[in-house]
Design a protein around this ligand. Sequence first.
Ligand code: PEP
Ligand code: MN
Length: 304
Amino acid sequence: MLAVEMRREAMPEPVKPAAAPMVATESQKDGRRFLVSRETKPEDTVIKVGGATIGGPRFAVIAGPCSVESPEQMINTALDVLSAGAVILRGGAFKPRTSPYSFQGMGEEGLKLLARARDITGLPIVTEVMDSEDISLVEDYADILQVGARNVQNFSLLKKLGKTRKPVLIKRGLMTRVKEFLLSAEYIMAGGNEQVILCERGIRTFETATRNTLDLSAVCVLKERSHLPVVVDPSHAVGHRRFVRPLARAALAVGADGIMVEVHCAPQEALCDGDQSLTPGQFTELMNDLRPLSIALGRPVVVS
Ligand code: PEP
Ligand code: MN
């Protein structure tokens, strides 16, 4: 027998890796099983909206402007992202802005324009709900309700979203730990809504070269701990349009279930987040980049 094989035989039995830890260790003391946890539900959650699925074998691309600004802007951008291959349309009607003097969104008028864009393109729409008071209004128009980064721990909003029938896309906060993020999703699930999508959109770190720091490690951890779909928003993470494409590729490679990207038919005229918005041409290039990569990785991009 070769010396190497003898040594191999003498080796102890490999230790089996421990099961993925529960979401919040302190709550394990009471033996609680978290609804978001893979221990409770080992198989991936797949969410269907219109003709799109998030969390299935395919990689879902959500795209559209930061904010709904006008009929022309919304419809043109919607048609552009449709022809490039997006499967869900985004656009904010209620905007969480740092300054009270910045454009705050078109409100219900914006929701109506989103609904019109859906009628024209057939794409389901995701839009942010900022306030509990607006849930029923936004729900009337949206296919997916978005919780913005700044509301990730607005527990009364999360509890009310637990009572809605629409899927909820919840964004990680600027300072939210993975454990806290999962517990925010748990609030929605505990209320009875099982259709939750997690969105990593960058966290605030000491680095100022980019708007935020995209935490791709969190995607791996979230996918290990939770059965919920995870999408990455490279636009808000990086803040500069030229870096969105490489980070979108990285999101696909790391195992995310999709991306959410800001696209504007004329980014230089955007009322919000123009610097990070792709032109329709750049978005088409991004999609052309993702297609072969997605096939190589076994997560084909959904083509509408
Ligand atoms: C957005 O998606 O338009 C948005 C405001 O993102 P965030 O909440 O991640 O800042
Ligand atoms: Mn934005």
